[in-house]
Design a protein around this ligand. Structure first.
Ligand SMILES: [Zn+2]
Length: 770
């Protein structure tokens, strides 16, 4: 901290910088009269050149606020230290959120330059605060006397979380240890960036350029996309790359085995080709440093360090869940393989089925068994319909409404809505930015433009954005979504509701645990293809006809298609993430490839026809993202979302407003004010049950059945069970409980950073890319 507490002279341009304007009232009275529209960022005035000076000024303000806390001559108290720290950096938080959203949805070279320059400086800024010993000593003084302060539960949680954040950042370390931790962090940051850059380079290095005759059997959409990709690269023909939206359709529809093998092997070997982009040495260094870091901070392994402040709590709890899923998923994938192998042998007598054959033959099975053609459903899934459907659902559940409003937008394709509560009071503002463009990152995500916060005891509502890359309209045809896109829309909308409903007293308690994050989003996917919801929104874009029941039925029936494979590759990736981060000592002669093969094939019997969703050398989530020892988050949250949705299914009305109200106020509105498990138990009245999740993935095995003795006097209620000759310990769920389409991937979400840091946007990639 180099700033004095004296106010610095204002920068020449700060008064005209729209990012630095103080728009928020400071008193409760003024806040009550605040027009929420005035809280929308000034998109019509903000220019890229405003960000750097705004960041710099906001860091200065933040530093002055920290200095004021440190230099306060009063005895450290909850108010003058913990609350003051929570209030510090609001301006920096505002700018970071806007920058985070704009740089991911509208990134040009100039914006990229700002990002390259400012991100490391922000990282440094926050690290300096977390390792400011005078500041920590004040926090510790308050923490040490916490039981004498008569704090309520929320205040106590803020105090404990603040203290723990400092400790987890190394504040308790002294001298050489502290220096070493800082050096490790710096080295990890560099390795992280190098890992990502190598992966980008290897992706870019591979291309498969094909001629007309090699793509004639592919669907028109796939051909057009490949043709555009070739044109964009200044080539003629059809270009396929290792990006999943390019590779997976090729693997699915091309009958050419050699080409399938060529592209899939290119994918599997990324950054594992012993060239200058090889990631194996980087991984080894990262693993070694992470073990050292965890042990410096008092943990057995990096996985122990990461899980310690998650719902899971320990690596053992994570392994218990993953192993429970892995075994039935493996069995189920073997059955899927057997079914595909029959078709395969007809095409290739005597040949051996290979991993690159999976998608093509899975598609053959799908056509044969379920007669479901996605193209027949899309005319019912126009973007307008799906948006109407999710607004309808939110209205059924929570009584809220969405009113289009005219406010500044950062791009003309955005539509903007004011979100109103049952009594028409303001909840927040929602931007939806649906279509791809060059300046936008791939995938779909949801984040805050401005966060919910309390001003003098009055809530300021947030401004939230959903950003996607959905199929755009072509000519007279509106945007017609795929299943995956429709499901993603509901998913992101779930994150949006979580942000919009937030009613959290402190900024530091906004974030939930990482393995809880996807609960609010994933639960919404369950409603997307429920017959009674679909009948409301899925009307044919030309004829207005409501989607026919037999189509809905086929959608429902295809729900479990290929789920063994999908679950197995996801679980295998989560397992190898835990394996490498659970190491307590760095292995002698560590061989990354051999370690991966040993843990999957030798130890767990993974079949050679299936690879984990990610192999180590391109597992960006764990070596270039926020998911190290955290790839399991998706599956953990899925147990919660399926069990939570089961609560709705148990009601007569799957949109039961009373139950939804409990979900909203006890869970969504709370942010991180309570531990995730506590909120969950309050909602469900019980611990989460894994059965609905296993059922939804087709992995549920009925418990041991007990023969029912023949008798004439059985109570009426048991008659249906008797007629099946068995007595089931578990309630039989109706077939619709099964969710139609599992994400091909767990999805992401994002930067698991404290709001005091760069932002809390839920950044997601397309399911197929996760
Ligand atoms: Zn998500």
């Amino acid at each position: 901290m180099t700033n004095s507490c004296k106010a610095e002279p204002p920068k020449a341009d700060s008064s005209s910088n729209p990012l630095l304007v103080d728009y928020l009232p400071t008193t409760a009275d003024a806040m009550r009269n605040f027009n929420p529209v005035d809280g929308v960022p000034k998109f019509d005035e903000i220019k890229t050149e405003h960000f750097k000076p705004a960041f710099e000024e906001a860091m200065n303000i933040h530093n002055r606020e920290i200095t004021d806390i440190v230099n306060n001559s009063d005895e450290p108290s909850f108010e003058n230290t913990i609350v003051a720290l929570d209030r510090a950096g609001i301006k920096l938080g505002e700018i970071s959120l806007i920058f985070g959203m704009l740089s991911s949805s509208d990134l040009d070279d100039e914006m990229q330059e700002v990002q390259n320059e400012m991100m490391p400086r922000l990282e440094e800024h926050f690290n300096a605060i977390m390792l400011n010993d005078k500041l920590f000593q004040r926090v510790k003084r308050v923490y040490d006397k916490r039981n004498t302060l008569s704090l309520d539960a929320v205040d106590m949680r803020l105090l404990e979380k603040t203290y723990n954040d400092f400790v987890r950042s190394g504040a308790l370390l002294q001298g050489a240890d502290k220096e070493r931790l800082m050096a490790i962090n710096a080295e990890l940051t560099t390795l992280n960036i190098r890992f990502g850059n190598n992966l980008l380079a290897e992706n870019a290095n591979f291309e498969m350029l094909l001629g007309e005759s090699q793509v004639s059997e592919l669907p028109e959409g796939v051909r057009n996309q490949a043709k555009e990709a070739a044109a964009a690269a200044g080539k003629s023909g059809y270009l396929f790359t290792l990006d999943k939206p390019s590779m997976i359709p090729f693997l699915t529809y091309s009958s050419d085995r050699d080409l399938r093998r060529q592209i899939y092997n290119g994918y599997l070997m990324r950054c594992n080709n012993n060239n200058k982009y090889d990631n194996k040495d980087i991984i080894k260094d990262m693993v070694r440093l992470r073990i050292e870091k965890a042990q410096l901070l008092g943990y057995k392994s990096y996985a122990h360090y990461v899980t310690d402040d998650q719902m899971a709590g320990t690596p053992e709890a994570v392994y218990t869940l993953l192993e429970e899923i892995y075994e039935p998923a493996l069995a189920s994938a073997k059955e899927e393989l057997a079914a595909m192998n029959e078709l395969f042998l007809k095409d290739h007598p005597g040949a051996k089925f290979e991993k690159s054959d999976w998608w093509y033959y899975a598609e053959q099975v799908r056509k044969q068994k379920y007669q479901l053609d996605e193209e027949a459903v899309r005319p019912y899934l126009s973007l307008d319909n799906v948006r109407r459907g999710m607004f309808y659902l939110a209205n059924r559940l929570y009584g809220i409404t969405f009113r289009p409003i005219a406010v500044p937008r950062y791009h003309p394709e955005c539509s903007v809505y004011e979100v109103l509560d049952k009594d028409n009071s303001h909840i927040g503002i929602l931007y939806i930015d649906p279509y791809p463009r060059k300046s936008k990152s791939g995938g779909a995500w949801c984040g805050n433009f401005t966060e919910q916060l309390y001003v003098d005891g009055v809530r300021k509502a947030p401004v939230v954005g959903i950003v996607c890359n959905f199929t755009p309209p072509v000519g007279d045809t509106p945007s017609l979504l795929t299943f995956d896109e429709a499901e993603t829309m509901f998913h992101e909308f779930g994150h949006a509701l979580h942000f919009l409903f937030a009613d959290v007293k402190y900024r530091g308690l906004v974030d939930v645990e990482g393995d809880f994050v996807e609960l609010p989003s994933q639960i919404m996917e369950n409603w997307a293809f429920e017959p009674e919801i679909m009948r409301n929104y899925a009307t044919h874009y030309k004829t207005g006809e409501i989607i026919p029941d037999n189509l809905i039925n086929r959608i429902q029936k295809a729900a479990l298609f290929n789920q063994g494979f999908t679950t197995l590759e996801l679980t295998a990736a989560a397992l190898i993430d835990m394996d490498i981060h659970s190491l307590e000592t760095y292995p002698v002669n560590f061989d990354v490839d051999a370690f991966e093969r040993y843990n999957l094939a030798t130890r767990r019997g993974l079949i050679p026809e299936v690879e984990p969703r990610y192999r180590y050398t391109y597992f960006a989530h764990i070596f270039n993202g926020g998911y190290s020892a955290g790839y399991y988050f998706y599956l953990w949250a899925e147990v919660l979302d399926q069990d939570a949705f089961a609560a709705f299914k148990e009601h007569r009305d799957i949109c039961d407003a009373e139950l939804a109200s409990v979900f909203r106020y006890e869970l969504l509105a709370q942010g991180g004010q309570k531990p995730g498990m506590e909120m969950y138990r309050t909602f469900r009245g019980a611990e989460p049950n894994k059965e609905p999740m296993l059922r939804a993935r087709g992995l549920w095995k009925e418990p041991v059945v007990v023969e029912e003795p023949a008798t004439d006097t059985l109570p009426e209620a048991l008659s249906t069970e008797v007629s099946r000759g068995v007595k089931l310990r578990h309630e039989q769920r109706p077939a619709e409980t099964v969710r139609p389409f599992r994400p091909v991937d767990g999805e992401v979400n994002g930067n698991i950073k404290s709001t005091k840091r760069v932002g809390n946007n839920r950044v997601e990639r397309p399911k197929s890319e996760n």
